[in-house]
Design a protein around this ligand. Structure first.
Ligand code: NAG
Ligand code: NAG
Ligand code: NAG
Ligand code: NAG
Ligand code: NAG
Ligand code: NAG
Ligand code: NAG
Ligand code: NAG
Length: 645
């Protein structure tokens, strides 16, 4: 669980102070009073920002923090003092009016936002919630909304600091931080009259509970309609299992609302018709809901309280109630519902909704039940309606921290080893890249000359590859498999210049590496646009690439390539793109005099023996040239550290 709290000047303030800036840079300033400094071009602005490698990092927006999820290599850079760069985000203001009540939940807020902006509508934007409705949402509810900003592609989301955050901080042993935040309250809320790139307004009083699915998180139906839709689509309406908990939606309030629903059923002698599982999100939640009786109520209604873990949310589920391949419906309050995610059964229709709706549906056992209007029949034959649940936001007593299972790291970590199984498919220690040997790069082969668009997704595809993020050699098997080879118009098919056979790009790169031959990539305009993905720079370096020559680069990818010791270069005359053919050999000469602002010379050797010389521009500054010479930015840092110690 990664909710953290950091003071910050609100993003809207930052924006108005820096109107027109194109890039933001966050600095880690160890030892200074300022934890981070956000630099936008010429502006230096004291502020605080948190970057984390967990996709749940934006939860911190529920405590008024600018908290952004990044890749591991980016986080390493920041810890090591290298600035983290991002394209300056747009700011979308979401004005909340009315009050959240009844069966509606924070999730319904984000669904509404998603409905207005569409799934990709938040891309490249920070979403700032404000307005009088904010105070009707619990602190953990705000965290849920921020967490789910990922569903619409937002960089992160943030709420203004308010009394509910203060209360939550107090209850979780951080009253001192609340006191500090109070002191700076005027900086922790949007300026009056601040300008947003886009403003949308949502009346919380008018929100209806929704359910999403099956098979994608952005197909939303009002709970009142889902039964009819399911029948029409031929989705099973009988619910086999209801699942709540895991990292998100397992706050004390969530569990309390579920227990409040369960209690009403128990009072009428009812138990869940469906199977029902509860995965406590943390040891603290487990211990606190046991102490306060919620866990027992959930068991009494037929639930099974599982271990504190990700659990079925990420597929840790030894499901026994159906056979693989059997068509069935489950309802969860998890945050993703990709096909097969929970139980590896592609025929499982997973619907996502709030914990209290999952509980109500598990009691009724069918998607056709609308808790807002429908009646249940009690054990005594009498009909009754469930009341919208009401539960404490925070426990009356302090949270029970439960068992302390934290293992403290040693005071001196210098002698520690990190053991990784040599047969692991998913983890591998990163080996330092070779230092520059002081020579020119002679007679490089061209791995691929890319035609047209080449985003970071073409360079390092996501999807199934993401599980290899911790294993550079394995993930490198996706290198440039999406890029189109200009020679044959195909993806992932390039000529091996040593054997003349066509084969996949990664295999060809591996062959060159094995033969000790360096290689280059030729690209078109805006090479490496898209989300910053460090693997798009690590992989070519790992497989023996040295130079990427394009008409132009997306700036962040260009910096990422420099960090890994590659040379991102651009044609001084873009027309020279046509002079290079995939069968040519390239030499970059004059590297001994590599200097900022000074173009490099490239000799093209055609197979017929003729040669041409072209000039290549670059944007390296002094310290970046040192990265190249050391083999990578990390190597350079190590050198500097050894020098100073
Ligand atoms: C930043 O500062 C430089 C040098 O002082 C100046 O040339 C440039 O115009 C400034 N840029 C902006 C966006 O103010
Ligand atoms: C929000 O909706 C409620 C219920 O429909 C209505 O009474 C209220 O006036 C609305 N508020 C705003 C600001 O539109
Ligand atoms: C997840 O939900 C979406 C709609 O919200 C649906 O289209 C998709 O099929 C669901 N996925 C699964 C595995 O049920
Ligand atoms: C929480 O539950 C909602 C359904 O209410 C779901 O859409 C969401 O993704 C879950 N996760 C988070 C982080 O809130
Ligand atoms: C991943 O790495 C392991 C160990 O190096 C190797 O045996 C395996 O074939 C690789 N898997 C993939 C999918 O590349
Ligand atoms: C490359 O740099 C030279 C001078 O250093 C400049 O004249 C030329 O315009 C640059 N090329 C491009 C495409 O920017
Ligand atoms: C050699 O090949 C290059 C590239 O295809 C071509 O431009 C050049 O004219 C050829 N030279 C000779 C002498 O054939
Ligand atoms: C070089 O650029 C980096 C950004 O990548 C910046 O942090 C650094 O201060 C620059 N160094 C010099 C010497 O200009």
């Amino acid at each position: 669980m990664c909710t953290s709290f950091w003071l910050l000047q609100t993003w809207s303030k930052l924006q108005s102070a820096t109107a027109g800036a194109k890039y933001g840079v966050g600095f880690w300033k160890p030892g200074s009073g300022i934890i981070h400094q956000i630099i936008l071009e010429n502006y230096s602005y004291p502020g605080v920002m948190l970057i984390g490698t967990d996709s749940h990092t934006p939860n911190g927006g529920g405590l008024g923090g600018i908290c952004i999820g990044v890749g591991g290599a980016d986080a390493v850079d920041v810890m090591a003092g290298i600035p983290w760069e991002l394209k300056c985000p747009k700011v979308i203001g979401v004005k909340l009016t009315g009050k959240l009540s009844g069966w509606s939940s924070p999730k319904d807020v984000i669904l509404k936002v998603a409905g207005i902006l569409t799934v990709k509508g938040g891309t490249g934007a920070i979403i700032e919630y404000h307005g009088p409705g904010v105070d009707s949402i619990s602190c953990t509810g705000m965290a849920t909304i921020c967490n789910m900003g990922a569903e619409i592609g937002a960089t992160t989301s943030i709420f203004p600091y308010n009394a509910r955050m203060k209360k939550y901080l107090g209850k979780t042993g951080r009253a001192d931080i609340a006191a500090l935040a109070d002191e700076f309250q005027q900086h922790l809320v949007p300026d009056s009259g601040c300008q947003y790139d886009q403003v949308i307004e949502i009346n919380l009083s008018e929100l209806k509970p929704h359910i999403n699915g099956p098979f994608t998180p952005d197909l939303a139906h009002p709970v009142s309609d889902i039964g009819a839709v399911a029948e029409k689509e031929g989705w099973p309406v009988d619910i086999r299992v209801g699942l709540i908990g895991s990292c998100t939606n397992s706050s004390y309030e969530d569990m309390g609302r579920s227990a409040a629903v369960a209690k009403q059923a128990l009072a009428h002698g009812l138990k869940c018709k469906s199977k029902f599982t509860i995965t406590p999100g943390s040891e603290q939640i487990r211990a606190t809901i046991e102490r306060d009786g919620y866990a027992q109520i959930l068991r009494d209604v037929g639930g099974l309280v599982l271990a504190n873990a990700c659990g079925p949310c990420i597929g840790q589920w030894d499901r026994k109630d159906i056979k693989k391949g059997e068509k069935n419906t489950i309802v969860t309050s998890y945050n993703r519902n990709f096909t097969g995610r929970n139980d590896a059964n592609p025929e499982t229709h997973a619907f996502v909704t709030s914990p209290e709706i999952v509980t109500a549906l598990s009691i009724a056992g069918t998607l056709k039940f609308n808790p807002e209007t429908d009646y249940l029949t009690g054990a005594d034959g009498k009909k009754f309606k469930l009341e919208a649940p009401d539960a404490d936001e925070l426990p009356k007593l302090e949270f029970d921290p439960g068992q302390d299972t934290y293992q403290y790291p040693p005071k001196d970590g210098s002698g520690q080893h990190v053991d990784v199984s040599p047969t692991s498919q998913r983890l591998q220690l990163l080996e330092p890249f070779d230092k520059w040997d002081g020579k020119d790069l002679e007679d490089m082969l061209i791995l691929i000359k890319v035609k047209g668009k080449c985003t970071t997704d073409h360079i390092s595809a996501a999807g199934p590859w993401l599980k290899f993020r911790g294993h550079l050699d394995n993930i490198s098997n996706n290198l440039l498999i999406g890029a189109i080879n200009i020679e044959n118009g195909k993806a992932n098919s390039v000529r091996n210049a040593l054997t003349q056979e066509f084969g996949p790009v990664p295999d060809t790169a591996r062959y060159y590496k094995k033969m000790g031959v360096k290689w280059a990539v030729i690209g078109d305009e805006n090479y490496g646009e898209g989300s910053s993905r460090e693997h798009a720079a690590l992989e070519p370096r790992h497989l023996g690439g040295r130079v990427i020559i394009t008409k132009s680069f997306a700036r962040i990818h260009e910096t990422n390539l420099k960090k890994q010791g590659l040379l991102p270069l651009t044609f001084a005359d873009p027309a020279d793109y046509n002079k290079i053919h995939p069968v040519d050999k390239l030499s970059i000469v004059g590297l001994a005099d590599f200097a900022p602002g000074k173009p490099l010379k490239c000799i093209i050797k055609h197979p017929n023996g003729s040669q041409e010389t072209i000039m290549l521009n670059h944007t390296f500054n002094e310290s970046q040239i040192e990265w190249f010479q050391a083999g990578s930015a990390l190597n350079r840092m190590k050198e500097l550290q050894q020098k100073s110690s």
